[in-house]
Design a protein around this ligand. Sequence first.
Ligand SMILES: CC(C)(COP(=O)(O)OP(=O)(O)OC[C@H]1O[C@@H](n2cnc3c(N)ncnc32)[C@H](O)[C@@H]1OP(=O)(O)O)[C@@H](O)C(=O)NCCC(=O)NCCS
Length: 182
Amino acid sequence: MIYGKRIRLRADERADLPLFVRWLNDPEIRQGLALFLPFSQAEEEGWYERMLQTPREQHPLLIEVRRDDQWIPVGNCGFHDIDWRNRCAEVGIVIGEKAYWNQGYGTETMQLLLRHGFLTLNLNRVFLRVFETNPRAIRSYEKAGFIHEGRLRQAEFRDGQYLDILLMSVLRSEWEDASQDA
Ligand SMILES: CC(C)(COP(=O)(O)OP(=O)(O)OC[C@H]1O[C@@H](n2cnc3c(N)ncnc32)[C@H](O)[C@@H]1OP(=O)(O)O)[C@@H](O)C(=O)NCCC(=O)NCCS
């Protein structure tokens, strides 16, 4: 388990898959994600079995929020495409329980993932891609310390039009400087 102030990150379990099917079929949640076809439970089970065969550092982590003495699953996050030679990885996040949006949980999750990435996995650069049309996500990443580094023009086709994808990243040196200031 990776513990934060209000949340913890734990390994995804097979029993969590129905949650993911619900979250990933929600049109409002999909607005921010590179998904364009409906997901079935069977497809999600196939994804889970394939995921178990990948390196453990890349396994997704379930985001749980503490409510009294209970832990409520609200989303999923994690690193993918870890490049060990360049010590760089992409990070992704979904908070699937919309009632938990805009309460700082996305920011706290990214802060925990950055700590895990830099101090446990020994990464040097963590980056992400976000649609230009997702101001909540962009703001949350800025709050977690991500710097805007570029724009992939018209890189996503969605609802009949092209969107730009923004690239954002944090270097370990920047994260260390910010951690000292905090
Ligand atoms: C994107 C996501 C991870 C952000 O998590 P979150 O917990 O909702 O975000 P936070 O509460 O940490 O921060 C959101 C910030 O955006 C702001 N915000 C929300 N809607 C906004 C809007 N329309 N325009 C500008 N800012 C907005 C909030 O006010 C808050 O900033 P503040 O603290 O300065 O007031 C979450 O909403 C989510 O999973 N969405 C669906 C899937 C998705 O889009 N994933 C990201 C793919 S790149």
